[in-house]
Design a protein around this ligand. Structure first.
Ligand code: PMP
Length: 405
């Protein structure tokens, strides 16, 4: 049984006070808080077996390397990849996409080829592709969204051509919260021989993810948005695709033999893990995913669904509030504006009442520009938030309206 009080007790920060009030943390789309288990795991590594992985011969290094490789197995199982060699540790979503933009670009993209991104993407899933297209004289095409925040997938038939190499799409979008229809998108892309990269930064923590059943070619996510340490992330790629890609960065750990005549590279996944990785963070990521498996992703998803329905209904019923992103299929995100009130002012008042939210353009300029805005207030919740906290958010919004309106 999903017990919210037990869940909250696992996250020590949720107990602290801000300006004399209990913290109401509703900025989970920016980063999530960490359960005691993850914090303890990091402490355990540093106190008991910290040693550089894959290198030293010591007992400590053996334990540390085993823990790191075990974390890779946990990630592999969590997203149901076929083989641990398909799981590359990175420093986050941004690093994973930049890695892919370089390596995929080197192998598969030439002059006049096309990359498709969606209008509702985070800058991390736009700018690396712009850089690639500049480098290769390739063409960046954009799949737009409608005013509900849903992708106009009916346009894919004309947007995807025989020159399209890759389609890049978020599992869920970071401003509007829309869960994109990936079954349809992957089917249409594959029918035209186009590979698909799914940005799971806002999806992995809220939706059960099966990269094999969904037939994603590449999938990326950040550890810090799924209760794991910062500076961790994953690039998943189908083995036969990753095999074909050249390394991105050169250095230790990614080589087999180095000589001035010829250097050979390590097998997957180490080919893409040059240098000393954030192995402590990666072990923490494994611990965070184990925690979620223990709590039950089905239970988490159904609790979050109920909370999201409640929150969207409650926030949108406040007079003068407009929520942007009104798709029926959303994760726990409400980006909104109060009539006549600047988003930054609203954010500041909410903060003074103990409610932490994000304001501004949220690294998604094209999304904000779509609505002709300069910024929004974003409240984002997860499985440790409660209906009572949503009620407090709404009371704080009302208070802010009185003060600023
Ligand atoms: N994609 C999406 C959809 C995101 O929400 C974010 C983070 N806000 C990123 C990519 C970038 O993630 P990171 O900063 O952890 O690399």
């Amino acid at each position: 049984m999903f017990d919210i009080e037990n869940v909250r007790a696992d996250f020590p920060i949720l107990d602290r006070e801000i300006y004399g009030r209990r913290l109401i943390y509703l900025d989970n789309a920016a980063t999530t808080q960490k359960p005691s288990r993850v914090i303890a795991k990091i402490e355990e590594v540093y106190k008991r077996y910290n040693s550089n992985i894959h290198r030293s011969v010591s007992k400590l290094a053996a334990v540390c390397t085993d823990e790191y490789e075990n974390a890779r197995k946990i990630v592999c199982g969590f997203i149901n990849a076929e083989n641990t060699c398909e799981i590359v540790f990175t420093s986050g979503t941004t690093a994973a996409i930049n890695l892919l933009a370089f390596a995929f670009g080197e192998k598969f993209v030439g002059e006049g080829d096309e990359i498709v991104v969606c209008e509702s993407e985070h800058h991390s899933n736009i700018v690396p592709w712009q850089l690639l297209c500049e480098r290769k004289n390739a063409v960046l095409k954009v799949l737009p969204f409608n005013d509900k925040g849903e992708l106009k997938t009916e346009l894919l038939d004309e947007i995807l051509t025989e020159r399209t190499r890759l389609l890049c799409v978020a599992q869920a979008t970071n401003v509007l919260g829309t869960v994109n229809p990936l079954d349809e998108i992957v089917r249409k892309a594959h029918a035209k021989g186009v590979y698909v990269l799914v940005d799971g930064a806002q999806g992995i923590q809220h939706l059960k993810t099966d990269v094999r059943a969904s037939d994603f070619d590449f999938y990326v996510f950040s550890g810090h948005k799924i209760y794991a340490p910062t500076g961790t992330g994953i690039l998943y790629g189908k083995e036969h695709l990753l095999e074909q890609l050249p390394p991105w960065q050169g250095g230790g750990d990614m080589v087999n033999r180095v000589s001035f005549a010829k250097t050979t590279y390590a097998d997957l996944p180490l080919k893409f893990e040059a240098g000393t990785s954030n192995y402590v963070g990666a072990i923490g990521l494994g611990e965070a995913l184990s925690y979620l498996i223990y709590k039950g992703m089905d239970e988490i998803c159904s609790y979050e669904k109920e909370l999201t329905d409640y929150a969207l209904e409650k926030i949108s019923s406040i007079p003068g509030i407009t929520i942007y992103g009104t798709s029926a299929n959303k994760v726990g995100i409400a980006s909104f504006l109060a009539e006549g009130i600047h988003h930054a002012d609203m954010g500041e008042i909410l903060d003074k009442t103990g409610v932490a939210v994000r304001t501004g353009r949220m690294c998604a300029d094209p999304t904000v520009q779509h609505f002709g805005l300069t910024g929004l207030v974003r409240a984002s919740w997860t499985f440790y938030n409660t209906k009572t906290e949503i009620d407090s958010l709404c009371e704080s919004i009302e208070k802010a309206k009185k003060i600023l309106g």
